[in-house]
Design a protein around this ligand. Structure first.
Ligand code: GBH
Length: 428
């Protein structure tokens, strides 16, 4: 069965930041640091989904969706990231999963969507190798409770963005600007993923995925400099995570002046490359890259021009999704497992969101073209069900199929929601 779903993430929708025994996450800390988030917004309340989830599940059922990708807040389940389990936190996800199953919506949890327990950040966060093992323990705790009803698991969301924005540039939590010294955060997330896959298999999990965000990389010109820069960027963005996962080897980082990744230990790559049942892909837009780059990085983002843009300013390029999917197939061949589009969506204002309808329609058509070219795509999840806390942008970017009034918490389905409902009804 093809999965048609929407996607959300715990910190972006739940609120209830300090309720029922939840421990603080790095996002609770970061969003309260002055100057980090536009207009000082925080996810303290967000969409109040922690209390309003029955209404949100009803909205999904009414739309005819058959899957829901949500994330589990690690510090809600383990307030200090390891050891003691918070029963009330697990109960919340247990109820949610029951309600989804009752409506015929496949619960598709992501175990980590960036809200690391602050207690683990205090021990170095993803720069600390030990966090990988704690993650596997946490995965086992959750799976033990939910695997009788959850068939599809996603370990991590976009470890690339978490590394680059959180540890490389410092524009997301935990706010570290280490540039290439952030690379251990990539490796330790990958190791965490591999160990978690083993833990999930241990409790009989049926289908295990990881979600990577990938982008077609377009060289700004045919010049040798631009081509080399584009290749260097492609290595960092598209291969740093996919190669070890699918080929059990890191790509060549010599363009970055790094011959060896000295935090990689013997045996790590075998753990990382556990067989996967699917690869989750988040697609937003292509990236145009020029050379020669700066002192710290061998490329420059030249910006994609000549396309319409969303309210966030991101270019709208549906064809890029087909290009990306076909290029993954070309690069990895039989090593590429079935693909699930675990996020695709756009920021626009207003409930009469015709631009979002056009966006979704165009991207679904592009996915179909990739399928016709032989890419095995088995699911499509719209980011997002609800307008929500858009990280550094706070509540300024609205990605939802459903409008949220953040004063009253009133939900109003947008035109795109109604369009999707009709689209799904036609699929049968
Ligand atoms: C995802 O990240 C996240 O998983 C999700 O939590 C988030 O809410 C959602 O997307 C929307 O942001 O500068 O024009 O080239 C997406 C990561 C990083 C994708 C920035 C688009 C650059 C656009 N994004 N990227 S552009």
């Amino acid at each position: 069965m093809f999965l048609w779903g929407t996607a959300t993430a715990s910190y972006q929708i739940e609120g209830a930041a300090h309720e029922d025994g939840k421990g603080p996450s790095i996002w609770d800390a970061f969003s309260h640091e002055p100057g980090r988030i536009r207009d000082g917004h925080t996810g303290d309340v967000a969409c109040d989904h922690y209390h309003r989830w029955p209404e949100d599940v009803a909205l999904m059922a009414e739309a005819g969706l058959n899957a829901y990708r949500f994330s589990i807040s690690w510090p809600r389940v383990q307030p200090s990231g390891r050891g003691a389990v918070n029963a009330a936190g697990l109960d919340f996800y247990d109820r949610l999963v029951d309600a989804l199953c009752e409506k015929g919506i496949a619960p598709t949890p992501t175990l980590f969507h960036w809200d690391l327990p602050q207690a683990l950040e205090d021990e170095g966060g993803w720069l600390n190798r030990d966090v990988s093992a704690y993650f596997a323990d946490y995965a086992a705790v959750v799976a033990d409770r939910l695997s009788d009803r959850v068939t599809t698991w996603i370990t991590l969301n976009e470890p690339f963005i978490h590394m680059v924005f959180g540890y490389g540039l410092g524009i997301h939590a935990p706010g570290k600007a280490l540039f290439l010294d952030a690379l251990p955060a990539a490796h330790h997330q990958l190791l965490a993923h591999g160990l978690a896959v083993q833990a999930l298999r241990g409790v009989g999990a049926e289908r295990v995925l990881i979600t990577n965000n990938c982008t077609p990389v377009w060289p700004a010109s045919d010049s040798t400099e631009d081509l080399a820069a584009a290749e260097a960027y492609d290595t960092l963005h598209n291969r740093l995570f996919n190669d070890p996962l699918l080929l059990s080897a890191y790509p060549d980082f010599s363009a970055y002046g790094m011959a060896e990744l000295d935090f990689v230990r013997t045996g790590d790559l075998e753990i990382i490359a556990q067989p996967l049942d699917g690869l989750g892909i988040n697609y937003y837009n292509p990236t145009r890259i020029a050379g020669p780059g700066s002192d710290s990085l061998p490329f420059t983002d030249a910006g994609v021009t000549g396309y319409p843009t969303t309210a966030f300013g991101w270019p709208v390029v549906p064809d890029g999704l087909c290009e990306l999917l076909v290029s993954l197939k070309t690069r990895y061949g039989t090593a590429l497992p079935p693909v699930y589009i675990t996020e695709n969506g756009c920021s626009y204002e207003g409930v009469d969101d015709r631009a979002r309808i056009e966006y979704l329609d165009g991207h679904i058509a592009a996915m179909r073209r990739a399928q016709a070219e032989g890419v095995d795509v088995r699911g499509y999840f719209v980011w997002s069900l609800l307008d929500n806390f858009e990280w550094a942008e706070g509540y300024h970017q609205r990605f939802g199929l459903v409008h949220v009034d953040f004063d009253t918490q009133e939900r109003t389905p947008k035109a795109s929601y109604h369009w999707l409902r009709e689209f799904l009804a036609k699929q049968g």
